[in-house]
Design a protein around this ligand. Structure first.
Ligand SMILES: NC(=O)c1ccc[n+]([C@@H]2O[C@H](COP(=O)([O-])OP(=O)(O)OC[C@H]3O[C@@H](n4cnc5c(N)ncnc54)[C@H](OP(=O)(O)O)[C@@H]3O)[C@@H](O)[C@H]2O)c1
Length: 192
């Protein structure tokens, strides 16, 4: 099956998905970047995550549930499988790429078009796709891990001239979690 046929097939099947419960909206979608990055903006190493923070994974699951999730091909391949109850959209330059249960496209614009029925599509990484996403996103949900890590993939610098921190929840180290981190929401200033 070609990637185009695969997308068509998935679109036709979508009525059977929990996604069909997503509210349709006439408003401009709230395109949201969701990421976990360290003090030095480290995101990943050797196509994997660097740390394990259970609360962060739970928050990711809760926020992205029933939404479209847009990711680069490398991030998709770092996952164990298609993430359930979400419209998985993979961006690749490979015209022959297919992945069962996922939409495949060749640009962020095409990914957002595939997500047009979602009022809040999420851009979930990795570094290359976040860099593209910074130009179009309205919201960043960032987990800032308060430690320096060696990495090969980094989150782009957040320009405070363009982005305003609107919410912050600091989570200190605990008996079960050796890392301190903060859940931070940024909104694009023109949207405030
Ligand atoms: N900490 C976090 O929150 C977080 C979140 C997600 C991922 N990660 C980590 O980030 C790393 C992966 O990130 P990454 O930057 O290496 O890769 P990535 O952004 O996940 O994917 C890169 C791939 O996307 C495709 N692509 C990129 N730009 C494109 C464009 N303009 N048009 C079409 N396709 C395009 C290309 O796929 P093709 O090569 O197939 O053409 C490219 O190789 C991993 O370590 C992962 O664990 C961390």
């Amino acid at each position: 099956m070609t990637p185009q046929d695969q997308n068509k097939h998935l679109l036709e099947a979508q009525d059977e998905w929990p996604l069909s419960e997503m509210k349709k909206t006439e408003e401009h979608p709230n395109i949201t970047i969701i990421a976990a990055a360290s003090t030095n903006n480290a995101l990943g190493k050797d196509n994997d995550l660097i740390w394990h923070i259970r609360e962060d994974l739970l928050r990711f699951k809760q926020l992205t549930q029933s939404h479209a999730i847009i990711m680069g091909r490398k991030t998709f391949e770092s996952l164990p499988k298609v993430l359930p109850n979400r419209k998985n959209i993979i961006i690749t330059r490979n015209p022959n790429y297919t992945a069962e249960g996922a939409f495949v496209c060749d640009s962020l614009e095409a990914a957002l078009a595939l997500a047009e029925d979602d009022p809040q599509p999420f851009i979930i990484g990795g570094g290359e796709i976040y860099r593209l996403g910074m130009a179009v996103a309205n919201t960043i949900e960032l987990t800032r891990v308060h430690q320096h890590f060696e990495a090969d993939t980094f989150f782009p610098k957040i320009d405070t001239a363009l982005w305003e921190e609107t919410h912050r929840e600091e989570v200190p180290k605990s008996e079960t979690q050796t890392l301190a981190y903060a859940f931070i929401t940024y909104k694009r200033k023109e949207n405030l």
